[in-house]
Design a protein around this ligand. Sequence first.
Ligand code: HEC
Ligand code: HEC
Ligand code: HEC
Ligand code: HEC
Ligand code: HEC
Ligand code: HEC
Ligand code: HEC
Ligand code: HEC
Length: 479
Amino acid sequence: MPSSKMGLFALLCLLVSGAGAAKVTLSPDNWGNPAGEECVSCHSKSSAGLTEQWRHSAHAKVGVNCLDCHQASTDDADAITHEGQTIATIVSPKDCGRCHAVEEQQQRGSVHAEAVAVIARRMPAMVTNLAGPAVEAAGCAQCHGSTVRVQANGELDPDTWPNSGIGRINPDRSRGSCSSCHGRHAFSKAQARKPEACVRCHSGPDSPDKEVFEASKHGMAFASHHDQMNLDAESWVAGKDYFAAPTCATCHMGAAGKLPATHDVGMRNVWNLNTPVSERQHLVVFADGGKREFPESMDAPKRGSKVPRLDGAEGDVKMVATPDRRRQAMSLVCRECHGKDFVEAFMRQFDGVVDLYNRKFGEPARAIMQALYSTGRLTPTPFDEPIEFAFWELWHDEGARARHGAAMMSPNHVWWEGMYVVARNFYGRFLPEVRAVAGDGADALIAKHVQDLPENEWLKHPERGSPLLGVGTARSAHE
Ligand code: HEC
Ligand code: HEC
Ligand code: HEC
Ligand code: HEC
Ligand code: HEC
Ligand code: HEC
Ligand code: HEC
Ligand code: HEC
């Protein structure tokens, strides 16, 4: 077998690990706790809607009741005594994992589980400086998750709960909340297969996946053929159980051909698209299933070596998925509905937009900002100077929109909502701000990082004129 095939094979094996086992880890004699009947009967009155949601769920059908999920042991940090039983309000991924070990393990190693860690360092700059703790609780935490605190009386601290943030740190230290995609108390898989499960968080200026998807041909096909998506099916393999359109879950989580489904949403992604400059990423998988990305510019760590994990502790490298392998995995999904050359050509167009953004805008803007900080032209405090907003929005808002647009087939977001706004910001706002703060040094800085790029050759040719006043008009005005 050629080595490229071997790599993919290993990746598929890794992804599929555990899938041969039974779908649910426990056997039925471990649930259906008779004491749970009382919960149902009283809650049918005290919270009838909630109880009806459960009654219509797959769990109720097989006899998994309130107590099977909400049971707790007295040494759990958030255990309370409730009507004679020890329960916890939060049913964490670890609790679900008693019965759904495969999904829990995949979710645990995913970027979603890092969503609180990823913002911890940015919190002060973003929330404390620009807003305040109330916004953290009602804003950031609703998507990213909070660190849930338990009060002395066992109740959950209202500054940190409720939310079903995707990386929430729970009282049992597990991370995430399965109800962020499987809304309670239905916990339906059909719901999670729809874009609606994702777009509550993945929408807006910096992660405009809702808007991008809706503006793509995939969104068009999904909207037109909703009824052919077979969303309630037991098995949901692209190309076999449905074919009309892909959803978010299809490309990032779903099974396709030999590629198994996964609860690790980042597995198939090559780039980090939400950074000032994008770089292709290796995915390192540790012996215990944990993961971490390393940029391709660093040598890929060797199997069996030790490298630092996100939290700083050493991890044993079990395998490395290179950017090319990750791209192969994503392309397998596409190829259920498209040809090989089509998919490769598409990926080339996508990578081309990311490269162009990097070279023409991301790298120059970052280099100029670094120079301004290191020469003391800017204070180290974030967001106290106008140029910091211009730079931030350049990569975080319009820059992200252009790159997400190219990744997910929305021409509108590549150009009008994306790169056009990037250029408007860069030439019309960022560079004038550089001139305002850099004083005498501005010309040299701009010449070095901007004017000398081949992409900016056009700046040197005022004689070419412009059609800004309308087609033909500018030319005749110059003539
Ligand atoms: C006799 C009626 C009754 C029984 C039996 C009962 N509950 Fe409750 N439960 C309530 C009422 C009423 C509330 C709302 C009271 C409140 O939150 O102050 C509540 C609140 C809760 C809460 C929310 C706690 C919170 O954080 O505020 C959970 C979770 C819960 N019940 C689960 C269960 C489970 C699981 C069982 C079975 C072991 C159960 N209940 C049995 C009446 C009952
Ligand atoms: C499959 C597991 C599961 C089952 C079965 C289950 N719950 Fe829950 N329940 C959860 C999860 C998950 C949450 C969300 C807690 C969080 O993350 O904040 C929750 C939250 C709650 C809450 C507090 C949140 C709210 O919306 O007020 C109550 C009350 C509650 N459950 C009661 C019940 C009752 C009563 C039953 C039985 C009729 C039941 N649960 C069955 C998993 C379950
Ligand atoms: C509507 C949901 C939502 C809210 C509210 C939200 N985020 Fe995010 N955030 C996301 C998503 C989704 C991503 C992933 C973007 C991607 O990779 O495409 C993200 C990514 C990030 C990142 C990493 C990359 C980047 O874009 O900078 C940081 C840091 C971050 N968020 C900080 C915050 C902070 C701090 C707040 C509150 C002030 C906040 N977020 C509010 C959904 C949200
Ligand atoms: C990012 C959204 C998301 C989160 C978070 C999530 N799931 Fe899922 N889940 C899905 C999707 C999408 C499917 C359907 C996958 C498919 O059929 O291809 C699914 C399917 C499932 C299934 C059905 C599997 C089968 O083969 O029938 C189970 C069980 C499940 N999830 C459990 C969990 C548990 C437990 C957690 C928390 C550890 C969790 N999920 C968190 C999106 C999510
Ligand atoms: C005590 C065992 C048990 C626990 C705890 C449990 N589940 Fe389940 N779950 C089951 C069983 C059994 C099924 C039905 C399996 C089947 O249909 O093959 C199921 C089915 C599911 C499905 C598929 C539903 C559908 O639409 O067909 C999802 C999603 C799911 N569970 C998520 C969760 C989540 C999230 C939690 C934690 C909040 C959880 N489960 C806790 C046993 C459990
Ligand atoms: C409750 C909010 C929330 C929901 C729901 C959610 N996500 Fe996310 N997602 C996030 C946040 C926050 C991040 C950034 C986390 C980080 O960088 O660690 C993220 C990151 C991602 C990434 C980026 C992975 C990478 O390589 O960096 C993908 C892909 C993704 N989510 C897909 C999905 C899909 C598909 C769904 C629905 C099935 C979904 N998400 C549902 C909040 C959410
Ligand atoms: C047709 C397949 C497809 C569909 C449908 C799709 N995506 Fe993507 N998505 C991609 C590809 C391809 C990338 C770029 C992967 C890479 O970096 O190589 C991507 C990138 C992303 C990223 C950026 C991760 C990063 O690196 O920062 C997020 C977040 C994301 N998608 C979420 C979603 C959500 C949410 C939906 C639904 C609204 C969705 N996607 C629909 C294929 C898809
Ligand atoms: C479940 C089937 C399915 C999957 C999986 C799928 N697509 Fe599509 N794709 C479609 C359909 C249907 C259309 C619309 C075709 C049309 O309307 O002419 C489409 C359209 C497109 C278009 C627009 C082409 C045009 O002619 O305008 C591109 C580009 C594309 N897909 C790329 C991809 C990529 C890349 C992937 C994988 C990351 C992917 N697709 C995954 C079904 C799928």
